[in-house]
Write a protein that binds this ligand. Structure first.
Ligand code: IPE
Ligand code: IPE
Ligand code: MG
Length: 248
């Protein structure tokens, strides 16, 4: 583990774990073998976040658009989510990890919904890494849901139209209880955000790499963290206004 000063680490990392299918195809394996290998990568990255005391990690596991995939792949993915959750939950709990889920889980089979609620319940009082998994998640869905909640609150008299501000929406969107993502990583070579956390990444540093997700290991993650540590985050101000203390 390289010595990136703690204050230069991101507080919240979000990852689009892309490239499982291509990883499998290159080995002449079925796509699901790539998804299985992707779970091994994820386990290592979660461990590294725990060791580095990164407060929050959010990963994209299944997008609202991924239902378009062949039925067989979708079914195998759902089975993999259930078996992985069952296998990993003890270890996550022992590592003081708090597990959260974002996305419309109502679309999933009851068995998966039950595993999700019990994993959430079991780990809710943990105080270590906040680890969120986005399943059946879409950034547009997230914004639409927040708007729906605002409309309900207006109809029921909780707020008035004049109260609407960025904060009104920001507090009703997924992950509102966490600081905004600092570092966004997408593996697999594509330079797009694929409907992930559209509202939340307004000022996030974007890191794209060619490694396919099953090949994304501790060294690759360190590379991304070092890249992030070298960023100057200006949030609209100019370089001279930014406090450089402790950077680089
Ligand atoms: C990401 O890998 C995992 C999911 C979307 C579930 P892909 O399955 O998209 O892998 P590629 O992009 O086809 O290689
Ligand atoms: C994004 O990957 C979704 C996840 C990693 C879960 P995709 O492979 O589905 O993205 P697109 O469709 O190629 O943009
Ligand atoms: Mg893909």
């Amino acid at each position: 583990m390289s010595n990136i000063p703690h204050e230069n680490q991101p507080g919240h990392v979000v990852i689009i774990m892309d490239g499982n299918g291509r990883w499998a195809k290159r080995r002449g394996l079925p796509r699901i073998a790539g998804h299985k290998a992707g779970i091994d990568s994820l386990r290592k990255i979660v461990q590294q976040c725990v060791r580095r005391e990164i407060p929050a990690l959010t990963v994209y596991a299944f997008s609202s658009e991924n239902w378009k995939r062949p039925e067989n792949e979708v079914n195998l993915l759902l089975k993999l989510f259930i078996s992985s959750l069952e296998r990993e939950i003890r270890n996550l709990h022992d590592n003081n990890v708090r597990l959260g889920f974002i996305g419309d889980c109502t679309a999933f089979p009851e068995l998966l919904q039950n595993s999700i609620s019990s994993a959430h319940e079991l780990t809710r009082n943990n105080t270590g890494l906040m680890f969120n998994v986005a399943i059946n998640y879409g950034g547009r869905w997230d914004i639409t849901e927040a708007v729906r909640k605002i409309v309900i609150d207006i109809y029921t008299g909780k707020i008035s139209i004049d109260d609407i501000s960025e904060e009104t929406l920001g507090s009703r969107i997924c992950l509102s209880e966490l600081p905004s993502p600092d570092l966004f990583i997408r593996t697999g070579g594509e330079m797009r955000v694929s409907n992930f956390l559209l509202w939340q990444i307004a000022y996030t540093e974007l890191y794209f790499c060619d490694s396919l997700w099953p090949d994304f290991d501790e060294t690759e993650f360190e590379k991304a963290l070092r890249w992030y540590a070298g960023r100057e985050r200006r949030f609209g101000s100019i370089s001279e206004q930014v406090n450089h203390a402790g950077r680089n």
